[in-house]
Write a protein that binds this ligand. Structure first.
Ligand SMILES: Nc1ncnc2c1ncn2[C@@H]1O[C@H](COP(=O)(O)OP(=O)(O)OP(=O)(O)O)[C@@H](O)[C@H]1O
Ligand SMILES: Nc1ncnc2c1ncn2[C@@H]1O[C@H](COP(=O)(O)OP(=O)(O)OP(=O)(O)O)[C@@H](O)[C@H]1O
Ligand SMILES: [Mg+2]
Ligand SMILES: [Mg+2]
Lengths: 220, 220
């Protein structure tokens, strides 16, 4: 499903260039549950953004479901992303002006789902994450872990083929973290692909496969 | 040093009131290293904001160094906060328009430290947290864990009496997390008070005392 070959990503700030990914080659099949581990600054979020079609590599090839996506423009990437990917961001990226039900319903809006059905599905996934008492709240009225769970709900609500979660349990107590991982395991049993970046070894151990990133490369 | 008595905190959203803290009584001496544990949404950040003079309780008394601070206005609170408290926020609260050295130097600006000395001290603490290659970067050019370390550096740079850290290692790998806790332990050995909210039991175990919060109360 996901085939990365020789992926490089360079960030340029003014005159300075920084090579965040230095030749990543990686295959992930559909239905796999993969954990990505590595030190702070090693390139994990950068890799996730390329896999999730949020950014393009500086060089290298990315075949997603057999289609070369590394050279697509922003609109083409957005189309693929909205169809196939659910993304839990490390910094949540929730919209302050919407209540949490509308925040979570956004991916369904992009897919053309009708209003009543969008809100119904959004409430359903929020309830699974323990947030049914907070439907009317806006993100700034929630605790850190509650915001994180809203971000997770949004990534799952449209039942996407690929779920990418960047540090999804960093703000959660052990019980809430386990509830989240159980949801991910349920999705893989339905044939979806789940890729989780985590610093938590307990979470990583539950994945079927662990990939180690160090200094922009896959370590062995 | 810190004496909370019957602290209540209610949030009101439109017509709905939510009691986040329900009668907290707590004493913390100077030089103590305390961990606060509890489920997501249980009131930990709310409690930290009251201890750190960022917000006032709805009722109850707070004696900080013998002085009643629960009824102070915003300017009086800010004065005490700038003198005594270093705060690591759960969502970092960094300023996008400043490079990380200026971000970290802010508490010294409030204390009237001269420019060259501010930047020198800021670089020194950033180096201890492994960020010397990123002095010229702005927060949006950093990884999640790098941002978290900048937030920690800012809380420590003015060597405040009280360090409050709300989930300081959620985005950090085990090694970086240990470096941070070592810095906190060094500060307590110098007589400072450190209070850490964490979901990580490994971090909590290294504190001298653990306080459990559940549903806005101290649990036993
Ligand atoms: N501005 C607000 N308006 C309304 N309710 C709020 C507001 N801020 C926090 N709350 C509620 O108060 C409760 C406690 O929030 P708090 O942020 O203290 O929790 P926490 O223990 O830090 O959680 P976490 O571990 O998820 O960070 C939560 O249920 C939250 O929804
Ligand atoms: N916009 C940017 N401009 C310049 N450098 C960047 C930018 N974004 C990220 N970087 C750098 O690229 C490297 C990798 O960043 P990335 O966010 O992928 O790390 P990470 O493995 O997710 O780290 P963490 O565990 O701390 O979240 C870091 O050293 C970071 O400073
Ligand atoms: Mg990251
Ligand atoms: Mg909190």
């Amino acid at each position: 499903l996901i085939q990365l070959k020789d992926i490089y990503k360079t960030y340029t700030t003014g005159a300075v260039s920084y090579e965040a990914l230095k030749g990543i080659t990686l295959h992930i099949d559909s239905g796999e549950y993969v954990a990505i581990l590595g030190p702070s600054g090693s390139g994990k979020s950068t890799l996730m953004q390329i896999i999730g079609c949020l950014s393009t590599p500086s060089s290298g090839s990315y075949l997603l479901d057999g289609k070369e996506v590394s050279q697509l423009n922003r609109n083409e990437l957005a189309k693929i992303r909205n169809q196939k990917v659910g993304f839990v961001f490390q910094n949540f990226n929730l919209l302050a002006q919407l209540d949490i039900v509308d925040n979570v319903a956004l991916p369904l809006l992009y897919r053309g789902t009708a209003l009543a059905e969008r809100r119904r599905l959004a409430k359903e996934i929020l309830k699974k994450l323990g947030l049914e008492n907070h439907y009317k709240h806006h993100p700034n009225e929630l605790s850190g872990g509650q915001k994180q769970r809203v971000a997770i709900a949004r990534a799952l609500v449209a039942s996407p083929e690929i779920i990418l979660a960047d540090e999804p349990t960093g703000n959660l107590d052990t019980q809430s973290g386990n509830d989240v991982i159980q949801l991910f395991e349920q999705f893989t049993s339905e044939g979806k692909t789940v890729i989780v970046v985590t610093h938590d070894l307990e979470i990583a151990k539950r994945a079927k496969r662990i990939i180690h990133i160090q200094d922009g490369k896959i370590a062995n």
